[in-house]
Design a protein around this ligand. Structure first.
Ligand SMILES: Nc1ncnc2c1ncn2[C@@H]1O[C@H](COP(=O)(O)OP(=O)(O)OP(=O)(O)O)[C@@H](O)[C@H]1O
Ligand SMILES: [Mg+2]
Length: 261
């Protein structure tokens, strides 16, 4: 498992059908009615070894995610949610299977190319926000641009406004509540204009009002075409998604389409 500092280093240096049957998984979406998926995961396996024991954290998962879609992954602790997000987010390598992000199979990228790919195509937020305590809100948000040797003041301003942190721009993380910290993390994840946002228990540490604020931001971002894949234990939050995918023992066991959309 990646440590907190590994995760910070990783992002700093720079989520269907019931697929256990494999039937619907093989059918392409209708090109007339649905936009092309941004993410296509096929027959994904991640096997860990613990002594002589093999643990199939993912056991043949398939999943699609389209622009503008919010998809929740739910399931018991240990069902493979985080493992799934880590494969898509290129923080870990699968044992087998394919992960197409915007047409590129990331499982085939070399480490060197993976860093740049992750930086430009995937935003990732976590339950613990992983902000740099000595940097201001604005500096935290700008950091991935600095690593990418880019300048994009307009994007910084736009995101600060969008996540509602204009007044807190020069504050340090310790001066913020958890909800605001997660909003900083969302802005930072999106600064390089990725089209996919991965979120692992993004509201797990937040109180109700902050949870709702994060979900409102997700909905707004999705309206603009961002695809969001989030793992959550919070069924109320999961219900806000367009689709809910339930994992059990590393497999997709159920998929529910939310009628709201
Ligand atoms: N690095 C690792 N080494 C060995 N086993 C691992 C590793 N990472 C995950 N696992 C195992 O893989 C399975 C899936 O774990 P994962 O963290 O993906 O579950 P999860 O659904 O995110 O759980 P939670 O709801 O508690 O966050 C578990 O059995 C876990 O113990
Ligand atoms: Mg998890």
């Amino acid at each position: 498992m990646l440590s907190d500092s590994d995760l910070v280093t990783k992002w700093s240096s720079d989520q269907v059908a019931e697929t256990d049957t494999g039937v619907l998984d093989a059918q392409p979406a209708s090109p007339l009615t649905e936009p092309r998926p941004l993410l296509c995961v096929r027959d994904l396996w991640r096997t860990y070894r613990r002594g002589s024991e093999e643990i199939h954290a993912l056991a043949g998962v398939g999943l699609d995610l389209r622009p503008g879609e919010i998809v929740s992954i739910v399931g018991r602790s240990g069902s493979g949610k985080t493992t799934m997000l880590n494969q898509v987010g290129c923080l870990d390598r699968p044992s087998s299977g394919s992960i197409l992000v915007d047409g590129t199979d990331v499982t085939r990228l070399r480490e060197k190319d993976l860093v740049a790919f992750r930086r430009d195509h995937i935003g990732f937020i976590f339950q613990l926000f992983y902000l740099i305590p000595t940097l201001t809100v604005e500096e935290n948000i700008r950091l991935p641009l600095v690593f990418a040797r880019r300048q994009d003041d307009e994007r910084v301003d736009e995101l600060i406004e969008r996540v509602g942190l204009t007044k807190e721009r020069r504050s340090l993380p310790k001066q913020l509540d958890g909800g605001a910290m997660q909003r900083v993390a969302i802005a930072r994840a999106l600064i390089n204009r990725p089209r996919i946002l991965l979120a692992d228990e993004p509201t797990g540490r937040l109180e109700k009002k902050s949870r709702a604020a994060v979900l409102d931001i997700f909905r707004e971002l999705a309206t603009d075409g961002l695809a969001i894949l989030m793992a959550t234990h919070d069924l109320e939050q999961a219900g806000e998604a367009d689709r809910i995918i339930e994992f059990s023992d590393g497999k997709v066991v159920r998929e529910t389409q939310n009628r709201r959309k």
